[in-house]
Design a protein around this ligand. Sequence first.
Ligand SMILES: Cc1cc2nc3c(=O)[nH]c(=O)nc-3n(C[C@H](O)[C@H](O)[C@H](O)COP(=O)(O)OP(=O)(O)OC[C@H]3O[C@@H](n4cnc5c(N)ncnc54)[C@H](O)[C@@H]3O)c2cc1C
Length: 423
Amino acid sequence: MQTTNLWTTHAPRPTDLPSHPHPERTDVAIIGSGYTGLHAALVLAKSGTNVTVLEQETIGYGASSRNGGMMTAGLKASLKSVVRMYGMERAREFWQWSLDSIDHVDRTVAEEGIDCDFSRSGHVELAYKPSHFEHFKEYVAWMAKEFAYAGGYVISPAEVRTEIGSEAYFGGLVDDFSAGLQPAKYVYGLAKAGARQGACFVEGAGVKAIQREGHHFRLRTAKGDLTAREVLLATNGYTTGLVPAARMGVFPVGSYIIATAPLPPELQAELSPKNRMFFDSKHFLNYFRLTPDGRMLFGGRNNLSTGLDLHESARLLGARLVEVFPQLKGVPIAHAWTGKLGITFDLMPHAGRINGIHYAYGYNGHGVSIASYLGKEMGELLAGKRTSVPFMDIKHPRSFITYFDKLYLPFVAAYYRMLDRWT
Ligand SMILES: Cc1cc2nc3c(=O)[nH]c(=O)nc-3n(C[C@H](O)[C@H](O)[C@H](O)COP(=O)(O)OP(=O)(O)OC[C@H]3O[C@@H](n4cnc5c(N)ncnc54)[C@H](O)[C@@H]3O)c2cc1C
């Protein structure tokens, strides 16, 4: 087994993607080169703004090249809790915005000619317990009534076998609107699109400090200093104390993935006859799908820590994989890897300005389309094409406790395990 990311192993950083020298000044400095930063950079470069993306490692190093590549409607916070927090009207706006985010990725991939195996494959949420299936039925009826949304439909336990070659579930909730892609090809394609428009990319340029100097900011990076009129922090699960108040609003959680060796076409068709994106209804959920090259990719959060040994993670995820698909017993696990999610206290994405520095983050493991769309809208904001973006005007819970995540996350993990056992 290789402890390497399948996606970048099979689609490494393109050699024709430029890595620019460190400039001394720029109009907009973007910290982080994932979907948030790259979509912002693309919009800014297209509008003629001089924009520089600063990445501490290599382009797309963070979650954007490591994720499951699954785009499903909605936010991580359940729609019912969004209604409770912000009322029905706002919840409808956020719901529609989440649908628009998937269309935005679809459009960007087509317009920029990004070859990233994008497909409107749809998804199935799988009921882990019979009671969860009852919730699915209520939820679909509620969505039709309150959101006029008819995209989701329930399939009975007997019908589940038309969607998945597994006996482990008690029904499902299908939505054909959802999509999948190859995350690394997508992130590199976005960077190439930005570079074509004149965006500057500096790798190995970790930002160590940001200082306000009159109307400008001075950024000290691992490669030198640069001044910028505006700064966008786009570091999500990789956010450090660079802007302390930003760190207090998000904390990192590890998500782990394994991928099998390529499977014979008949076995692929048995496990996932419609090539869906899957996730289950647990709090500690598992997400899985076939990869474009015919492997089963299987992910989850083991104990929320970012430091779990990848062999141990593969053992835990591999055991669950075989519970779901006994047909895969003995099939070699070829890759195991991990990445960091940016979790917020209310499970909502957040954007805003702290001491003049803009930020957008907090996708809670649900960021492929949401980070893309929020990044685009932050780019438009910084290009002067809009005055606000969603999630900028909602309350953003923050606490110094985020600095102590290693201490309290084991307790949060134990709590969620208990919920999975009892609810
Ligand atoms: C294993 C895994 C599976 C996931 N699966 C899914 C999925 O199937 N569907 C879904 O919707 N979402 C999924 N997600 C979440 C999704 O990948 C993220 O929400 C999204 O990629 C976030 O993009 P981003 O640009 O905000 O941050 P990232 O892509 O994490 O980029 C942040 C970047 O900032 C850089 N950085 C940090 N600090 C500095 C600094 N000081 N100076 C310079 N650079 C810095 C980092 O090196 C990193 O490259 C998953 C995440 C993980 C980890």
